[in-house]
Design a protein around this ligand. Structure first.
Ligand code: IMP
Ligand code: MG
Length: 178
């Protein structure tokens, strides 16, 4: 089977406008505060790097990162998430914003929210660029969302298929050619 990048689902201009809106909203909500952004590697890197440049308003942004991988059995709802790299920042008493490329089944984010809350932050919120709501297995409360998308596999703007296509400036659907 051959996988090819096909139609543009979200153009770079559409993405850029939305990211600006999200950043400005976040800047308003955390005006004058400290905020630790927790970017989930590697998919969220492109989104986060654009997003933080729209978070002004005297928000003192500390950028940190986590790398996770989810274990195999995607049919189970208890999903085990392995932490490959944890944040270096102590988040006790601080505002935390988890930034992720896409929420699909919700297993990764629901695990990460729980993990962050155990560390007694002042607050934990979630910002995702994309939401594939149809595929949700566990509820996740998303505070800042870019776009709802249909149940298609997408790449570009940080999102990959087997490590490829993260560098594309727009978001595309991946097609299978037989
Ligand atoms: P969840 O735990 O099922 O919500 O998984 C979310 C993770 O799956 C994301 O961080 C992505 O790495 C990956 N993922 C889900 N859908 C897509 C997609 O359409 N393109 C690229 N990665 C995806
Ligand atoms: Mg990911």
């Amino acid at each position: 089977m051959n996988y090819v990048v096909s139609e543009v689902l979200l153009s770079k201009d559409t993405i850029s406008k939305k990211v600006q809106e999200l950043g400005e909203q976040i800047a308003q909500d955390y005006a004058g505060e400290d905020l630790v952004t927790v970017g989930i590697l590697k998919g969220a890197v492109v989104f986060l790097s654009d997003l933080v440049r729209h978070i002004e308003n005297n928000v003192n942004v500390i950028m940190d990162f986590m790398a996770v991988s989810s274990y195999g059995d995607s049919t189970k709802t208890c999903g085990v998430v392995k932490i490959n790299k944890d944040i270096d920042t102590s988040i006790k008493g601080k505002h935390v914003l988890i930034v992720e490329d896409i929420v699909d089944t919700g297993l990764t984010l629901s695990y990460l929210i729980r993990l962050m809350k155990e560390r007694h932050p002042k607050s934990v919120r979630v910002c995702v660029l994309l939401d594939k709501m149809e595929r949700r297995k566990v509820p996740v409360s998303v505070d800042y969302k870019g776009f709802d998308i249909p149940d298609e596999f997408v790449v570009g703007y940080g999102l990959d298929y087997a490590g490829k296509w993260r560098n594309l400036p727009s978001i595309h659907v991946v097609d299978v050619q037989e």
